[in-house]
Design a protein around this ligand. Structure first.
Ligand SMILES: Nc1nc2c(c(=O)[nH]1)N[C@H]1C(S)=C(S)[C@@H](COP(=O)(O)OP(=O)(O)OC[C@H]3O[C@@H](n4cnc5c(=O)[nH]c(N)nc54)[C@H](O)[C@@H]3O)O[C@H]1N2
Ligand SMILES: Nc1nc2c(c(=O)[nH]1)N[C@H]1C(S)=C(S)[C@@H](COP(=O)(O)OP(=O)(O)OC[C@H]3O[C@@H](n4cnc5c(=O)[nH]c(N)nc54)[C@H](O)[C@@H]3O)O[C@H]1N2
Ligand code: SF4
Ligand SMILES: [Mo]
Length: 733
């Protein structure tokens, strides 16, 4: 058998690890880390090294499918496109907003996928776009829009030089960082300590990251906003604000001060569980460090007051001079000035409002938490068609039970995925996509367009293997869907004709596909980068300059007045809820709070179908993690079944004892409970329950300013179950 060696990079998470791949007779037979890679230098995780098992699965979608009497039957692309196009045209004639799209996280890991999907929606003239951002990070986009004038101005810690790193609500040792492309989390964190710096983790669980850090501070779920408010309060109290920097580059200091003034460390202890002594010691260390940084993650964003918490965390860096400086937080620079481009084109404005709840659009998307209501509530603009692309909202969004009802009610549900997952199992049509290793690509959009990289570089990859059957890349799929629906991508007729011609010419005698390498080459060269082919010949990546510190505050701010806004009317309005939030946290009668937990061997909802990663009792289900002292109170032991009840549903899971949790806090990993999926032959036969059955959706359960739903800190009741663990744990659906 002849084997060939190929180089590529992983497109599962932001680390984007460089990989060496052995291809035997057209199939990937081995994946290893690429030691020479500039950014990841021999690092990769078990998901990345096992991904070929997922892509080679017999469950892969190979042709379009149509639901006929509850069964999925293969149809041709032309039939699928015709049927979808006919329906879309009819709905569009009533109102384009009757057609919606949900863009999942896998879409972000292909450069062209989100651009073409959004281009299709723009062509239709529909503003009803939803995305997984309101499940993970929209709070950061909202606060960045307010503070810096551009949602993607997302500073990240200068890991190479920082002397103090405060890690709040993120667990990079497992998640491999978010909003930053860097590998080897353990090595990187230990290097900070080794050079005399300090890493402190603030989390309701003593996480894998906390275990390699210098210090760990437990915190009650949902209370980060009070932690940061007290931190800032203490900074003001010590007179540690750097007035010269604030005067030169910022405005809104007095209003910021007024917001944090009531929140002394003495007072916030009741909400956070952090003593004034511990908090003041952290502030002392932070201020004493020659370059300090604060990084927050989904544990903060998925909570109730994520935008306010993130705003205050960023404001700490700004007023102490730790923003835009070496060793503090740095603002990356991508291959082009995305912020300036967006401003010129009028992108990312927040003037459009949702029909339900009147929420502002953020980054062109509305809150996922109103999607069920948008589908189920009658009206001229009631959503009747939904395109789901690179996501599995039925598993990953709040209140899956309600969503299932809504999805089943649609006239048209088109799911573009590599699997017949549970969302696809409700679709009218399913379209087979290429998996990451089957398409040419550039690195994730954050490093490429925004420079969120510890060691900036650029790379490109060709497809490593051919896709199965008649699976197609999404750029081609959305170009063809636009044609079938009688519209032009981006509303640009010339672009549409050009793309159709390119697809036709590139497909003569071959699989239908746009010339992806050629399109990527144009993007690269238009931005002064080496061409696509040249880059694929340098699999270790080509270095790019590091962003110059100091320049962001001086020249790159995107606000109208060029100043960093330490407070804005919207942020101040949101902060008015703090007194009530404090009351809710301190008066709570719920004995338990439910938080999230990621694992090394799972990725959201899409890796549970890899047999290699889900073998054995330990890995063939998710668990409910309970502190031993709580287990005693509940009279349960390891392996017992526990019923977890929220205001929306009950799920049942086996108990795992975990002394790393703060007592009163339980953790359940998401992405499990695949028993309802028609096309996941491994995942549908193992255990697990969908934790998002327990999360509430709807207008009252959404953070107004960002549209985030609350997937952590959920109040739950726990009771020992008398029944067995069985597939009944899916029973809420
Ligand atoms: N309770 C709880 N809920 C959560 C979270 C949590 O921590 N706790 N985390 C949240 C987070 S951070 C996120 S980002 C969301 C994720 O929410 P989603 O994006 O909705 O969910 P994923 O499970 O990532 O779904 C990715 C889908 O893309 C498919 N896929 C993989 N590669 C490709 C490809 O190349 N093309 C196409 N078309 N499809 C592909 C996979 O098969 C899978 O079905 O979930 C959120 N939900
Ligand atoms: N192995 C693996 N890696 C992944 C993913 C995956 O599913 N599996 N998903 C990817 C995706 S889509 C994303 S967005 C990133 C997310 O990356 P991270 O944001 O790092 O996500 P988590 O690892 O879930 O870390 C969240 C932390 O927040 C803590 N937490 C929960 N509630 C609270 C709270 O109220 N306050 C505080 N302070 N902490 C809280 C949790 O205990 C947990 O340690 O990870 C990516 N990487
Ligand atoms: S860390 Fe992320 S990018 Fe690297 S191999 Fe694992 S899944 Fe892929
Ligand atoms: Mo995410």
């Amino acid at each position: 058998m002849s084997s060939i060696e190929k180089h590529t990079f992983c497109r599962i998470c932001e680390a984007s690890c460089g990989l060496n791949v052995t291809v035997t007779e057209g199939e990937i037979t081995d994946i290893r880390p690429n030691e020479q890679h500039i950014g990841t230098a021999g690092f990769a995780c078990m998901k990345g090294l096992n991904q070929h098992h997922m892509y080679a699965s017999p469950d892969r979608l190979k042709t379009p499918l149509k639901r006929v009497n509850g069964k999925y039957v293969p149809i041709s692309w032309s039939q699928a496109l015709d049927e979808i196009g006919t329906k879309v045209k009819a709905l569009k004639a009533v109102s384009p907003n009757k057609i919606a799209m949900y863009v999942g996280t896998a879409a972000g890991f292909s450069i062209l996928h989100p651009i073409f999907a959004e281009g299709f929606m723009r062509g239709l003239g529909s503003h009803n776009i939803f995305s997984s951002a309101t499940q993970d990070c929209a709070n950061r986009f909202a606060s960045a829009t307010e503070m810096y004038g551009f949602p993607f101005h997302q500073p990240f810690p200068d890991l190479d030089a920082t002397r103090y790193l405060l890690v709040v609500g993120t667990n990079p040792v497992v998640s491999k960082w978010t909003f930053l492309q860097v590998a080897h989390p353990v090595k990187r964190l230990k290097a900070i300590s080794a050079r005399g710096g300090k890493v402190v983790v603030v989390d309701p669980r003593r996480t894998e990251t906390a275990k390699v850090a210098d210090a760990y501070q437990p915190i009650r779920p949902n209370s980060d906003v009070f932690f940061f408010a007290a931190f800032l309060n203490e900074i003001f109290a010590r007179g540690a604000v750097k007035d010269d920097i604030v005067v030169a580059h910022m405005r809104g200091l007095d209003d910021l001060h007024a917001v944090v003034a009531p929140w002394t460390p003495e007072r916030t202890e009741a909400a956070t569980g952090i003593t004034p002594k511990a908090l003041k010691a952290m502030v002392s260390d932070y201020l004493a460090a020659d370059g300090a940084s604060i990084v927050t993650g989904t544990g903060v964003g998925m909570g109730r007051y994520g935008t306010t918490a993130h705003w205050l965390a960023e404001a700490i860096g700004a007023v102490t001079g730790n923003l835009d400086r070496e060793g503090g937080m740095i603002m990356g620079e991508g291959i082009f000035d995305f912020a300036a481009y967006a401003k010129r084109e009028g992108l990312f404005t927040r003037d459009k409002r949702s029909r339900i709840g009147g929420f502002r659009q953020l980054n062109g998307g509305f809150p996922g938490g109103i999607l069920a209501d948008e589908i189920l509530t009658p009206g001229d603009e009631q959503i009747r068609a939904l395109f789901v692309t690179g996501g599995n909202p039925l598993m990953t969004m709040a209140n899956s039970g309600r969503l299932k009802e809504a999805f089943a009610d649609l006239d048209l549900l088109v799911v573009t995925d590599i699997y017949l997952n549970e969302t696809a199992s409700l679709a009218t049509h399913v379209l087979p996509a290429t998996s990451p290793l089957e398409r040419a690509d550039l690195p994730f959009f954050f490093p490429l367009f925004l420079g969120m990289q510890s060691a900036p570089y650029i790379a490109a990859t060709d497809a490593v293997v051919a896709p199965p059957g008649d699976a197609r890349d999404e750029a081609t799929i959305y170009t063809d869907l636009a044609t079938a629906s009688g519209v032009s991508l981006f509303g640009n007729r010339w672009a549409q004709w050009g793309l159709r011609f390119m697809a036709w010419a590139n497909s003569l005698g071959r699989r239908r596909s746009l010339p992806i390498g050629f399109i990527l080459d144009r993007i690269l060269k238009a931005n002064g980068q080496p061409g696509f082919k040249a880059l694929t010949r340098q699999p270790e990546g080509v270095p790019r300059p590091k962003a110059e510190t100091g320049k962001f505050l001086r020249q790159r701010m995107t606000t109208e007045d060029g100043k960093l806004h330490l407070s804005t009317p919207l942020l101040l309005e949101e902060a008015k809820g703090l007194e009530q939030a404090f009351k809710a946290l301190t008066d709570s009668t719920h004995p338990f709070r439910l938080i999230t937990k990621r694992a090394h061997h799972t990725h959201n909802s899409w890796t549970q179908n890899i047999a290699e990663l889900t073998r054995g009792a330990e890995r063939s289900t998710n668990h409910v993690y309970v502190h031993p002292s709580d287990a005693k109170t509940l009279a349960v032991k390891e392996g017992d079944a526990l019923d977890i009840r929220s205001e929306t549903a009950v799920i049942r899971l086996p108990v795992k004892l975990n002394a790393d949790l703060t007592p009163g806090v339980v953790a359940v990993p998401h992405g499990w409970g695949h028993q309802g999926a028609k096309g996941l032959s491994v995942a549908s036969k193992i255990g697990g329950a969908n934790v998002n059955l327990l999360a509430a959706d709807g207008v009252d359960n959404i953070e107004g300013i960002s549209g985030m739903v609350h997937l952590t800190g959920i109040p739950v009741q726990l009771s020992k179950s008398t029944a067995d663990i069985s597939t009944e744990s899916w029973s809420g659906l």
